[in-house]
Write a protein that binds this ligand. Structure first.
Ligand code: FES
Ligand SMILES: [Fe+2]
Length: 441
């Protein structure tokens, strides 16, 4: 623990201390009390669509393999040979019914059972293979195709954990007239020299776009013939929401909910009228007019699921902590099942334009994370200010707190949950979720 200050003093209702981004001891505690005690996002079912498919992931900093067995059940196996510790799988993804450790050849099936030991007779009669299965994540659950794992057997049911966020996840998945999206277009990766929390804060930060992304918006505005930067001004009619449990959203829908915007702006100009008509008609057939309008109105999404998932634009984004000062990020762009190819191609091209490595948006965010990491080395300015909108946010149904889109309501939501988990040891999640921190002067 850092000297001179207690952990509970480092995160307050409207400000956080710079040390939470820098201290290895705090990072270690985050891995234990947040990533190893909670649900964490590990991927989408479509990434392991076939029996035998697998992908490797990291839970906190622990390597794991997400597999699908011959019964199509999903397993999350810790990637650690039970002989002497080597990882048993090094590929990002693939298809195999077994994992053979390269060190001494111990072999496991994709349910994690040890099925092969070279020259086994030397182990004697007391050796019981069944005691050497790969360790499994204590809990695995899915919601609308999103796969979550937890190393904590006592973790609350996933549906309860997602809570108010489920409504917004449903809207995203329902952009498909079959109610299913797929993440099979590859993984786009980047990393930065900074703390993982910068990425999670930024994914639902409606205060920064007009500055960090100014040049992109100006170009996009010219293409679309409208002022994109009006989305994120102080007068914009959009909201940010604390959904509880650390989840948050930039809700850009309310203004359009009654306006029946038939097809997302994202697709205008990039697709033919025939494709858009076919898409719209299949949506109307499945969902009816009212729900279709609601789905399209919400199609511009920035949703954060604590602690490591962002759903932004068309992508699932996984934040992977490496150390206090290093983070990897995986972007999984999605396609919609049941729509004309042209629609999915347009979605992917729009994604690349902003989030690609040569894109106009995401690289600028990463630059901000690097600059914050550098700036936070300054001693004497100890606090990061998160008070924007504190006096105008208000609570609505189910404990949702609503702020203006440019307010720091989502960041306060994140740190309220962070603080509750970091200060708890083995408290039931439901109790932790209800903790509220008194505002400080
Ligand atoms: S460490 Fe895996 S077989 Fe020896
Ligand atoms: Fe950004």
């Amino acid at each position: 623990m850092p000297s001179h200050m207690k952990l509970e003093e480092l995160v307050q209702e409207t400000r956080v201390h710079r040390r939470i981004y820098l201290e290895p001891e705090i990072f270690d505690l985050e891995m234990e009390r947040i990533f190893e005690s909670n649900w964490v996002f590990v991927g989408h079912e479509s990434e392991i669509a076939q029996s035998g498919d697998y992908k490797t992931v990291v839970i906190g900093t622990q390597p794991a393999i997400v597999t699908r067995d011959e019964n199509r059940d999903i397993h999350v196996l810790m990637n650690r040979c039970m002989h002497r510790g080597s990882t048993v799988c090094q590929d990002n993804h693939g298809n195999s019914p077994v994992f053979r450790c390269w060190y001494h050849g111990w072999t496991y099936n994709n349910r994690g059972e040890l099925i092969g030991v070279p020259y086994a007779d030397a182990y004697g009669s007391g050796f019981d293979r069944r005691k050497f299965s790969l360790i499994k994540a204590a809990r695995v659950a899915t919601y609308r195709g999103l796969v979550f794992a937890s190393l904590n057997p006592e973790v609350e049911p996933l549906a309860d954990y997602l809570g108010n966020a489920k409504y917004y996840i449903d809207l995203f998945m329902d952009l498909s007239p079959e109610g299913e999206v797929e993440s099979r277009s590859g993984t786009h990766k980047y990393g930065y020299d900074g703390n993982w929390k910068f990425q999670m804060e930024n994914g639902v930060d409606g205060y920064h776009p007009n500055f960090v992304h100014q040049s992109f918006f100006e170009i996009q505005g010219k293409q679309l013939g409208r002022k994109v930067m009006q989305l994120f001004t102080g007068n914009a009619e959009y909201e940010s929401k604390d959904l509880g449990n650390g989840h948050a959203i930039l809700d850009m829908a309310p203004k359009h909910r009654a306006a029946n915007r038939p097809v997302s702006n994202l697709l205008r100009g990039a697709t033919s009228q025939a494709s858009r008509d076919a898409y719209l008609s299949s949506m109307l057939q499945r969902y009816g007019e009212r729900r279709t309008a609601e789905i399209f109105a919400a199609s511009n999404v920035n949703l954060a699921i604590f602690p490591n998932l962002l759903i932004i634009g068309i992508q699932f984004r996984m934040t992977i902590p490496v150390s206090a000062k290093r983070t990897d990020v995986h972007l999984l762009p999605t396609t919609l099942k049941g729509v004309p190819d042209e629609i999915n191609v347009a979605r992917l091209r729009a994604h690349e334009a902003f989030y690609g490595s040569a894109g106009g948006g995401a690289p600028d965010d990463v630059e901000m994370f690097n600059r914050c990491s550098e700036g936070l080395r300054v001693k004497g300015a100890e606090w990061l200010e998160l008070s924007r909108g504190i006096d105008r946010e208000y609570e609505v149904d189910n404990g949702v707190i609503v702020g203006h889109i440019t307010d720091e309501t989502p960041q306060r939501a994140f740190y309220r949950r962070w603080r509750a988990l970091m200060l708890s040891t083995a408290e039931p999640q439901q109790r932790v979720a209800k903790l509220r921190i008194a505002p400080t002067a």
